[in-house]
Design a protein around this ligand. Structure first.
Ligand code: NAD
Ligand code: UDP
Ligand code: UDP
Length: 324
């Protein structure tokens, strides 16, 4: 036990009240660390971290990362940023500011503290890729002026800042390119495909497929993704990334809808709607780097992950007065 506490770190998680961030806080606390969760609650909710408030090693600070932050920590996970297209397009200027000013402030903090900082980057840096699966050395195909650009280009600029702070100031960086991740605590109304389809199926509502449903995504279960982030943060100093983190299983959106209908036994019908502009047609990670450098290899199959996620959404529906 004593040894356990000697290794305890004080860890900052920005975006810690969000979907991924709250799972990350849980895991870091379980490992015996102190966690400072910084979030402005734009898309995150207190409900995601309610269970942590009485934890003696957990602290929540409501703060917007576009403003400077002066705290003392040993590691920084920078996850603050809306991730669902519906949310990041709601206030695109704020989205770009969060990625860019947020990265500058968190990198300034890491520079002052000389501490490692991990950036939650995204498969969106590949845009609508001409290469599949996507390897980290692919530069991507991104529209700089479209509706998704505030997120895609914001995240690309954040990567640039991470590598420049590393080269110019010697900041120890880690850059993860996260592919579509799903699981419990996804916001039921955040507009992402897994949460939309499960909510619609459980309510026997029409399933809203955008386009003809032939576009593909690769879905990673949240527990495995969080494990990948922690492995990357604690990897050798020369492992800085970028490193793809995602499950290489690739499914069309129509296949996903059919799986969810079959699993829930829903009466829902598939309906087809306009495809949003710049919606990538395919997405699948090459995870050779993560396998070799982190020993990370996600195993949870989509069917299993969907079962856990459906259970979470069923429980939410059974709560008479939901907190969200
Ligand atoms: P999420 O929306 O649930 O969480 C983001 C969190 O950041 C929320 O709690 C939100 O309130 C907070 N936030 C937003 N702007 C902020 C600001 N200016 N200051 C402080 N906090 C702010 O999304 P998520 O799925 O948990 O994503 C977390 C991170 O992982 C994001 O950076 C996202 O880009 C990245 N990512 C996620 C996925 C995925 O599939 N979930 C894929 C690729 C990348
Ligand atoms: N910053 C911060 N916390 C710190 C140190 C810096 O929020 O502990 C912010 C600060 O607002 C600054 C930004 O990080 O604007 C970048 O810091 P850096 O040292 O790179 O730049 P400078 O202060 O020289 O502009
Ligand atoms: N999508 C869909 N119906 C929905 C929500 C999303 O068909 O109700 C599609 C969307 O057009 C995209 C894919 O599902 O092709 C994944 O969308 P999501 O917003 O989850 O993530 P991203 O586009 O960022 O990968």
């Amino acid at each position: 036990m004593a040894r356990h506490y000697r290794n305890r770190k004080r860890i900052l998680v920005t975006g810690g009240a969000g979907f991924l961030g709250s799972h990350l806080c849980d895991r870091l606390l379980d490992a015996g660390n102190e966690v400072l969760c910084v979030d402005n609650l734009f898309t995150g909710t207190k409900r995601n971290i309610d269970h942590l408030h009485s934890h003696p090693q957990f602290e929540f600070m409501r703060h917007d990362v576009t403003f400077p932050l002066y705290v003392e920590v040993d590691q920084i996970y920078n996850l603050a940023c809306p991730a669902s297209p519906v949310h990041y397009q709601h206030d695109p200027v704020q989205t770009a500011k969060t990625s860019v000013h947020g990265a500058i402030n968190m990198l300034g903090l890491a520079k002052r503290l000389k501490c490692p900082i991990l950036q939650a980057s995204t498969s969106e840096v590949y845009g609508d890729p001409h290469m599949s699966p996507q390897r980290e050395d692919y530069w991507g195909n991104v529209n700089p002026i479209g509706l998704r650009s505030c997120y895609d280009e914001g995240k690309r600029c954040a990567e640039t800042l991470f590598f420049d702070y590393h080269r110019q100031h010697g900041v120890p960086i880690k850059v993860a390119r996260i592919f579509n991740t799903y699981g419990p605590r996804m916001h039921p109304r955040d507009g992402r495909v897994v949460s939309n389809f499960i909510g619609q199926a459980l309510n026997n509502e029409d399933i809203t497929i955008y386009g003809d449903g032939s576009q593909t995504r690769s879905f990673c279960y949240v527990d495995e993704l969080v494990d990948g982030l922690i492995r990357l943060m604690n990897s050798d100093e020369d492992v800085i990334g970028p490193i793809n983190l995602g499950n290489p299983g690739e499914f069309s959106i129509k296949e996903l809808a059919e799986k969810i209908i079959a699993y829930t036994g829903s009466q829902s019908k598939l309906t087809f709607h306009d495809l949003p502009s710049d919606d990538p047609t395919q997405r699948r990670p090459d995870i050779t780097r993560a396998q070799q450098l982190l020993g990370w290899d996600p195993k949870i199959k989509l069917d299993t992950g969907i079962a856990h996620t459906v259970e979470y959404f069923q429980n939410l529906l059974n709560v008479k007065q939901p907190q969200y």
